[in-house]
Design a protein around this ligand. Sequence first.
Ligand code: F6R
Length: 611
Amino acid sequence: MCGIVGYLGKQQAAPILLEGLKRLEYRGYDSCGLAVLRKKNKIQAFKSVGRISELEKKIGNKKLIGFIGCGHTRWATHGAPTEKNAHPHSDCQGKIWLVHNGIIENYQELKNKLEKLGHKFKSQTDTEVLAHLIEEEQKKEKKLEEAVISALKKARGTFGLVVISGNEPNKMVAARQSSPLLIGVGSGEYLVASDASAIVTHTKKVVYLDDGEIGVINGDGLRILNLDNREVAKKIQEIDWNIEKVQKEGYAHFMLKEIFEQPSALENSLRGRVIEEEGLAKLGGIEGVENKLKKIDRLIIVACGTAYLAGQVGEYMLEEYAGIPTEVEYASEFRYRKPILNKKTALLCISQSGETADTLAALQEAKRKGAMTLGIVNVVGSSIARQTDAGIYNHIGPEIGVASTKAFTSQLCVLALLTLFLARQRQMSYVMGQRIAREIKQMPELTKQVLAESSKIRKLAKKYCAFEDFFFLGRKYNFPIAIEGALKLKEVSYIHAEGYGAGEMKHGPIALVGKDFVTFALAPQDSVYHKMISNIQEIKARQGPLIALTTKGNNEIKKMTRDIIYIPKTIEMLTPILSVIPLQLFAYYAALFRRCDIDKPKNLAKSVTVE
Ligand code: F6R
């Protein structure tokens, strides 16, 4: 995710900003930049695509002198990762410069208005509208902080923001709305950052901004205002963490952090995309091919690993609600067989990284054969994102832990949105559309409720982590989740685990069940619940230890095992988003108790760019 750092003090700002940006590198980024205020109306800015080292090369031995400045690492959302789109962004006159984390949802509307007033835009970003809005407000002779407040009142969305202005050369303004920002208080100096790791080497005294708060820093000190321009009293707090701990925001591992980030990740994936009143999904990235999508009569999903399993859930969603015949295939198989494609077939690639070699090759093969290509990708500007005809970004920020967690639930949410989009183009009624839209919107809140059960799952992992063999069983929408649960467990804890459609057990695998072979049964109360109960009985009859996952309020299952995990009720197609989270946590805690290197499992790499 993007990173922010700002400085006002007695030292040269540029080296401190560069050091802070380097400490934010772990968050992932594709471009970076900084601006330093030299004197009244003189601000120098440098930007670069790629690493901070590229930015340093660009600055070279040019004199970058000044005691106030702001810097940014960008992880592209609106607009490709180019130098023009990198932050800081400025107004028309190059007097106001700012860095921003978050998304301005009504930026297009604001941009249209500003363009009518004569503002000229240099980038494709949502952020740049803020610089022009502040410029417009400053024309009314407002102080910088007043102009920022007025501008923010017009913007809708999320922001962590640092603004400097050549009009007021001794001031820095910071603001927060749903995007973390803190102000470090040093001796005669202040540092602003989106993440404490950027500043802990300078000071451990910080003021955490809350939503709707604005920090105004100048030679006289720090004042915190609210959006009514009234002063707010804030406490200075002491950070007692080291750098590594700060980067993981207090979590022991990135995997755990990313598991717990899922409610906010899903919020980001869904933001502005669900129109509940009309029962529609608004997916800007595929609007350009909307008419072509009306005509497709077959969909092939290609992906690898966890993304492939998201595709399998997607197949069930798309066939059940959109009525489009859908196949899911390992990208590594698709590329080598002779796929039969025509103009009415669309190929959908699912990939977190957007760089997986097999998925990319499958995409290129389908393009060669004339199929329309779509993507569900997290990394903006990645190869798959660039080469597909149209697509939907996940917008969940970088996933650092090797085992994919938040990308998976986001892929499921986006597939549900795509299903809604395609189904409403076809036979789905308005009322059914509304129902699905309403349920999708609940996902961030319901995932929070699942995460609240984490200590119970930790206890179960402790009880079972010494076992060496596991089955994960599920049916219908939870069949791919059973495979994903097994994949997560083997990946991070190295325990042997296999995922099956529960109906398949009798056809062979049940031969292994016994008192040393644990079964994790996924039995939410859905259309196949009673079938799952029969399969669970078969396991019990063979003395197999059993962990069951079911819907809150189901007491029947208590007769079969004491080890039960409950998930909240939702519509069947969305249960996988909830049922997978306990499996992620179970794998994580099992690996923790077995002292495994969770964020870097042996033999695995985060992005598989070779065959
Ligand atoms: C498993 C995992 C992998 C990836 C797979 C595809 O936890 O992370 O199975 O899902 O390598 O990667 P992407 O989604 O980047 O194409």
